[in-house]
Design a protein around this ligand. Structure first.
Ligand code: 2BA
Length: 108
């Protein structure tokens, strides 16, 4: 068994949740915040059998899309001069997936 953590853009949250329910996956959705953009995203915690990983990866790739987001970078000021700063585009998603082995699972 594996416990998978999948971080997705907030806008893909409902689509992915619907697809997982449709395919009978069991999961928990946590509201989370990206460390870099400090914007809301969603973290899905999905307990799966090892042979369900490919199906899960397929559902994620079908329902989560890469986007570009504009980030405002503060100017750096080394030794008195102003450098950089302004708006830059950062690619976000489609999704980031981590899967860990589960030592023990029991449903009471
Ligand atoms: P954020 O940390 O808000 O990152 C949003 C996007 O900003 C990232 O998209 C990446 O393109 C860029 N980015 C992140 N850190 C950066 C840095 N130090 N320098 C330059 N650009 C940077 P994704 O890679 O698609 O990640 C989307 C979200 O997934 C992240 O939101 C974070 O919440 C999570 N995530 C990504 N990689 C992770 C990891 N290794 N561990 C834990 N969470 C991760």
């Amino acid at each position: 068994m594996k416990l998978c953590f999948c971080i997705v853009h907030s806008r893909d949250r409902s689509r992915l949740a619907d697809a997982l329910v449709q395919e009978s996956f069991k999961f928990t959705v946590l509201t989370s915040t990206g460390g870099f953009l400090s914007e809301g995203n969603a973290t899905f915690m999905v307990g799966i059998e090892d042979n369900e990983l490919d199906q899960l990866r397929h559902l994620i790739s079908e329902n989560c899309h890469a986007r570009e987001q504009v980030v405002n970078i503060a100017p750096i000021e080394p030794s008195g001069g102003l450098f950089g700063g302004g708006a830059v585009k950062v690619p976000v998603g489609g999704a980031v997936l981590f899967c860990l082995p589960v030592d023990y699972y029991e449903h009471f």
